[in-house]
Design a protein around this ligand. Structure first.
Ligand code: PBG
Length: 335
């Protein structure tokens, strides 16, 4: 019989710090709190409507009265802010996305109603033409080209009607060049110095936006793709240049989008610029977790918590997530 070889005794035992829940809590480096959440809501015309989004189980398009209800729920849960996205009646969509700068469009109606009912909840409005154009692009299409400067002129008008309606944060998600400077100048010129700008600074041309396009009704109509303005998923230095430009142009906060597949960008952005940095856990990321959970393939609750904590670990100050109300409820009960 061979004697068992004597094993070296480990000098360091990292497992000591993991031996019990209290010990793990003591050394925990990152914490997710309700303060980190922005809840995206979809708005639709009508009354008392909650229309499910098939590719996003648990997410609904809300008529303005119901959006007010959810904003009240956000307030009750301690969620600091919501972000609004419209499903625009196809009859109101045109080549130039004119409905975007109608002061009485769905988003503006929702902003006014929510600000009136729950002034303490921050409202983020998206600036981009895609919910309003017949071709589903974020800017003006001429032939096969998205015209940059012509689009910026319209985005500025869109931002102004949103600010007039009372939104707190303008979030340009269109990826046109120079739009942050143009929007900042227009806001300041109109007396909206305190309206913040959260720039979708590093927004990639991603397959993970699919369910969102179902929600706002652009999947079927989108002509071509968005690769001439959204970024190539292969690039990282380019994201740093985009972020630097948006900050120079006056962005108060920056966002990286999508989320989980781009955590390296979140970390690099935070380390490079040290400014308020947000990540968007987009529709496709939500749909993947939900679909697997509903099939019994993974524990949806744990995957939700883990994915959101990962954003904090990567350096995000906040997360736009469709899980916001669910995680807020959970955080209220302590994880
Ligand atoms: C539109 C916009 C998109 C999202 C937010 N704003 C989609 C797109 O660029 O096609 C995606 C959000 C999500 O997928 O949850 N400018």
């Amino acid at each position: 019989m061979l004697a068992a070889p004597a094993l070296p005794v480990p000098v360091k035992r990292p497992r000591r710090n993991r031996k019990a829940q209290w010990a793990r809590r003591l050394v925990q480096e990152n914490v997710l709190t309700t303060n980190d959440l922005i809840w995206p809501l979809f708005v639709i015309a009508g009354d008392k409507l909650r229309v499910p989004v098939a590719s996003m189980p648990g997410v609904e398009r809300l008529s303005v009265d119901m959006a007010v209800r959810d904003a009240e729920r956000a307030a009750a849960l301690g969620i600091p802010a919501i972000a609004l996205f419209p499903y625009t009646d196809p009859a109101l969509r045109d080549e130039a996305g004119s409905e975007a700068h109608n002061p009485d469009n769905l988003v503006c109606q929702a902003v006014r109603a929510i600000k009136h009912a729950v002034p303490e909840v921050g409202i983020v409005t998206d600036v981009a033409l895609d919910p309003y154009t017949s071709h589903g692009h974020d800017g003006v299409l001429a032939g096969e080209t998205i015209l940059n400067d012509e689009s910026v002129a319209l985005l500025v008008r869109q931002a102004l009607v949103q600010a007039e309606a009372g939104c707190d944060i303008i979030a340009p998600s269109d990826m046109m060049d120079g739009r942050v400077a143009a929007i900042r100048a227009a806001l300041d010129g109109a007396g909206f110095q305190d309206v913040q700008i959260m720039a979708y600074a590093a927004k990639y041309a991603s397959a993970f936006y699919g369910p969102f396009r179902d929600a706002i009704g652009t999947s079927a109509t989108l002509v071509g793709d968005k690769r001439t303005y959204q970024m190539d998923p292969a690039n990282s230095d380019e994201a740093m240049r985009e972020i630097a430009m948006d900050l120079e142009e006056g962005a108060d906060m920056i966002m990286v989008k999508p989320g989980l597949p781009y955590l390296d960008i979140v970390r690099r952005a935070k380390d490079t610029f040290g400014v308020p940095t947000f990540a968007y856990q987009v529709s496709g990321e939500y749909a993947m977790i939900e679909a697997a959970a509903r099939n019994g393939w993974l524990d949806g609750e744990r995957a939700m918590v883990e994915s959101l904590l990962a954003f904090k670990r990567a350096g995000a100050d906040g997360i736009l997530t469709y899980f916001a109300p669910r995680i807020a409820e959970k955080l209220g009960r302590a994880l």
